[in-house]
Design a protein around this ligand. Sequence first.
Ligand SMILES: [Zn+2]
Length: 86
Amino acid sequence: MPFEKREIFLIVGILFLMIGMIPFMAPIYAVTIAIVIYFGVRVLVGRRKKQIQKSIGEGACAVCGQKIVNKKCPNCDKAEDPHAWQ
Ligand SMILES: [Zn+2]
């Protein structure tokens, strides 16, 4: 299925925005702005998905959900340090 639910909401939202803009400007400008916003949002969403995939690739801490940096959790490894000495 190439169309996600979120994408349908995005299209519907932009359509309403476009209809809302038409009284204030020529329809061709409203359509152009709507298309620019649509592709702008898609690019942003695509970048965010890539970032999320990247962070998932590095892994997240099972305890606190923090992003793993250098195979260590910046939150829990600090907290667990004193216990390592016991
Ligand atoms: Zn953690």
